[in-house]
Write a protein that binds this ligand. Structure first.
Ligand code: NAD
Length: 478
């Protein structure tokens, strides 16, 4: 018996959760439930997180969480419960299987059967944003080696466990050489440890185009948080319907399972919602907690129900469907099919113990880190970079030479183009003079000279080399 936490959520949440629980019970899942309240009511009662501290305790003690969709109220001040649950609980891997149900659910891609594994904690979703000048705001993209190693190893282990022959990595490392570059470097390292699994890499833009046009060419895609967020919705939609897909969020300790769709308030209370997304989320949960035979039984009964043409309104199609059913009738049909295999679709079969356990991250020996210089970011409302350069070059720094100014990453000094449009946000690069060693003290001196000269420094970034290799980007055009 596994004790899990459930939340019925908002909108159609209670209807699809009740449907899912009755299928789980009829299939013989060995589960006990603790129910918590999350979502709209909790937000509107004044809790901006949408969840109470006691509910967190329940989730953390049971470790497994089956969650129906919630409504995030309109207006500012409400934090996304989905994002905070993933991060607080360290749910680093988001897994979305996307497969077509041709010819029973309309799709242009009858052969599609892929899994998207998305990094779930890092990237631009760290939400570290600042306004720095009148004209410029920034969002920090943070990518860590442990974050990359965990998600990429998870992807290869998943491929091994579920018999997928190829793992594809999507990044934009031609532009983001440090962040996406690290993701790809770790991908190459880990791929080499799985010689039996093919691997390849696509730049995200052309990869996404190829995915939308020929999804059958992919088996498993692993990618960073933002790209994964976007392509997993595209993949679910082109497979047939966002309303059919479930998703798993897996961490070292805890895991959360859900439908990928929202609370669909327009159809709430009518008893017509399709419970398939949450049901398939629950199937992923059963494989995760080792109840694989129950997971197979439910998924096969569900596949048979779909191929029997018993369809809720969202996938009902004259000439293809045989019965248009409501949530309750669909659930009854799935329950009646428990123990039966689909005839047209291949039946699913999961390995006995399908839980993926990764080794704990082992921190590498530190590299030799050398300070080489500093980028000063300056708020300046002039337009000619040469004027700013003159003001900076007279700063009496004993340590640094000012070698470069960029505006939004483009080199504007020396030898900038007058055509380049400039904002009020300038990155000014100082590198240690020949025969001199960069130091924090030198940077502090530089900052105080700048302050005394009336130069408005809004932030600094130290420039390091690791094991002798410069670890910062060049200016575009440098
Ligand atoms: P939605 O996914 O709720 O609905 C999009 C469309 O799909 C609607 O036409 C809806 O009727 C239909 N639909 C969705 N699920 C269905 C189902 N199971 N059966 C039949 N039709 C279904 O997206 P939305 O309208 O943009 O968002 C509604 C609310 O849900 C918002 O408050 C949003 O913040 C929230 N939301 C929550 C989650 C979550 O909790 N994981 C995810 C996305 C959106």
């Amino acid at each position: 018996m596994t004790r899990i936490t459930i939340a019925k959520g908002d909108g159609i949440g209670p209807e699809i959760m009740d449907a899912t629980l009755s299928v789980l019970e009829a299939a013989g899942a060995k589960l006990a439930y603790d129910e918590i309240e999350i979502g709209e009511k909790v937000y509107l009662a004044g809790n901006s997180a949408g969840i109470s501290p006691e509910a967190w305790d329940t989730i953390r003690s049971n470790k497994i969480f089956l969650k129906a969709p919630i409504t995030t109220p309109q207006g500012g001040g409400y934090k996304s419960l989905n994002v905070s649950t993933r991060k607080f609980l360290g749910l680093y891997a988001n897994i979305r299987p996307c497969f077509s149900l041709h010819p029973y659910v309309a799709t242009k891609h009858p052969q599609m059967d892929l899994v998207i594994i998305r990094e779930n904690e890092e990237d631009l979703y760290a939400g570290i944003e600042h306004q720095q000048t009148d004209e410029v705001v920034q969002c920090l993209k943070l990518i860590s080696r442990p974050g990359c190693e965990k998600i990429i190893r998870y992807a290869f282990e998943y491929a091994k466990m579920y018999g997928r022959k190829k793992v594809t990595c999507f990044t934009k490392d031609n532009i983001m050489k440090q962040t996406d570059g690290l993701f790809r470097e770790v991908f190459n390292e880990i791929a080499a440890q799985y010689p039996e699994i093919e691997n390849d890499h696509w730049i995200i833009d052309i990869g996404a185009a190829k995915l939308a046009n020929a999804p059958q060419d992919f088996e498993l895609i692993v990618t960073l948080n933002l790209y994964g967020d976007i392509i997993s919705d595209i993949a679910a939609e082109i497979a047939g319907s966002v309303g059919l897909a479930g998703s798993a969020n897996i961490g070292e300790e805890c895991a959360m399972f859900e439908a990928i769709h929202g609370s669909a308030p327009m159809i709430a209370g009518q008893g017509i919602a399709n419970p398939s997304g949450l049901l398939l989320g629950a199937v992923q949960m059963l494989t995760h907690i080792g109840q694989t035979s129950v997971a197979e039984k439910i998924q096969n009964a569900w596949l048979k129900t779909i191929e029997d043409g018993v369809h809720t309104f969202d996938i009902y199609k004259e000439g293809v469907s045989t019965r248009r059913v409501n949530t309750q009738e669909f659930t009854t049909a799935v329950i009646a099919n428990l123990g039966h295999l689909p005839h047209k679709f291949p039946a699913v079969s999961y390995r006995e113990n399908a839980r993926i356990e990764l080794p704990k991250y082992a921190r590498k020996a530190p590299k030799i880190k050398t300070l080489q210089g500093v980028d000063l970011f300056v708020h300046w409302s002039g337009t000619d970079a040469n004027v700013l350069a003159e003001a900076l070059k007279v700063l009496p720094s004993e340590t640094f030479d000012m070698i470069l100014i960029t505006n939004r990453g483009i080199k504007v000094y020396p030898d900038g183009f007058p055509e380049t449009f400039c904002t009020d946000h300038w990155r000014c690069r100082f590198i240690a003079k020949k025969d001199s060693t960069a130091s924090k003290k030198g940077i502090i001196d530089l900052l105080s000279f700048a302050e005394n000269a009336g130069i408005d420094v809004v932030k600094t970034e130290n420039l390091y080399a690791f094991d002798g290799k410069a670890a910062y980007s060049l200016g575009q055009g440098q």
